[in-house]
Write a protein that binds this ligand. Structure first.
Ligand code: HEC
Ligand code: HEC
Length: 307
């Protein structure tokens, strides 16, 4: 007579090795996985502009996969690109907004769901709530960070993050959080209160070149540009309405069209005896400005050069 207890122990060990939940615990269903995808992935993986065409907002879309093909193979977590991305076995690691990446428990949950055959949500279970439509404040209304964060996540973070699609963030500039955006990289790219002095705004309008996002067109819509511009004009506020301080003494660099001596696209510059003026720029010329932020957000020009 076979030793049933030993056999089932062996089976349990095999199942655990395969990443399957121990007998007794019901295998996870899509209802268990969906909230995680919703919270960490759909900001980029949904809608018409979904990254690599991969939409993770429903089971059908997940099964459909990306422009490169399927990303999850039922019963085969190790062979599933989705798992490889959240584990960091394939680069860039997901979510691209990380770190933080998914916790070990969260990764195990996804692996178990795939190992168990990618069960749909049980019939009658509550559908995972669809992501709330992005709030789009109208002109004149307050714009807070959470109104612009999805734009940065969808259009900028793929490059402007550690371990993005270009490796290190270009110019040291990370755009995944408000603190990162305000910190800037090699130089400051946001002057709270002064969108015209903020290279983030100049880049998305194409005044500073190359225009951002670098992989455009499509570039940002007029409404998205207005939202980011208004957010900065209102002080780059957090979600409690607190304005960011003006980074007095910080260095900035941007491009634009000189309208008169010394206005660039509507921004008056402070030019003094210490300013180096190169190649004799005149009205109508494209110029590059390097300067320092003064109290109140005005720009003291260190160098202005015709391009
Ligand atoms: C900030 C935007 C962003 C977030 C958040 C994000 N992704 Fe991605 N994802 C991308 C981009 C961009 C790519 C393409 C990267 C590349 O060039 O390989 C990608 C690629 C992938 C791929 C590879 C698809 C293929 O076939 O090549 C998978 C799988 C994936 N993401 C899953 C996820 C999962 C799961 C999450 C959440 C845990 C997530 N992503 C969160 C932007 C994001
Ligand atoms: C496909 C990759 C990619 C994407 C997407 C992208 N960028 Fe960039 N970004 C770059 C590269 C590369 C540079 C350096 C360009 C140069 O000046 O040669 C750069 C430079 C910048 C700079 C100038 C930084 C400085 O210190 O001079 C700003 C500001 C910027 N990007 C903002 C954005 C914003 C905002 C978005 C989204 C709307 C965005 N980028 C999307 C690759 C990207």
């Amino acid at each position: 007579m076979p030793d049933v207890a030993a056999l089932s122990r062996r089976w349990l060990a095999v199942l655990l090795l395969c990443g399957v939940a121990p007998a007794g615990a019901a295998p996870p269903t899509f209802a268990d996985v969906a909230p995680l995808l919703q919270a960490r992935c759909v900001v980029c993986h949904s809608g018409a502009a979904a990254s690599v065409g991969l939409r993770l907002d429903s089971l059908e879309n997940l099964q459909r996969g990306s422009a490169n093909g399927p990303v999850a193979r039922p019963g085969d977590p190790a062979g599933s690109e989705l798992v490889r991305r959240i584990r960091g076995d394939s680069q860039p690691r997901m979510p691209l907004t990380g770190p933080p990446y998914l916790s070990a428990d969260e990764i195990a949950l996804v692996e178990q769901w795939i190992a168990g055959g990618m069960a749909p949500a049980p019939a009658g279970s509550a559908e995972a709530p669809p992501p709330p439509p992005p709030r789009r404040p109208r002109p004149g209304e307050p714009v807070s960070y959470s109104d612009v964060a999805p734009i940065f996540a969808q259009r900028c973070v793929k490059c402007h993050t550690d371990g993005g699609i270009r490796g290190a963030p270009p110019e040291g500039l990370r755009l995944g959080t408000r603190a990162d955006i305000l910190r800037g990289g090699e130089r400051m790219v946001v002057v709270p209160g002064v969108p015209a002095a903020s290279d983030v705004v100049r880049r998305i309008k194409g005044q500073s070149r190359p225009r951002m996002p670098l992989d455009g067109p499509p570039f940002l819509t007029d409404e998205e540009i207005r939202l980011i511009s208004d957010w900065i004009a209102q002080g780059a506020t957090d979600d409690q309405g607190n304005r960011a301080p003006v980074p007095v003494g910080a260095r900035v660099r941007f491009e634009g069209r000189l309208e008169s001596r010394w206005r660039v696209d509507g921004l008056s510059l402070v030019v003094g005896p210490d300013t180096r003026i190169k190649k004799n720029p005149g009205p109508g010329d494209r110029v590059e400005v390097r300067g320092t932020v003064l109290p109140g957000g005005a720009i003291a020009v260190r160098r202005i050069r015709r391009r």
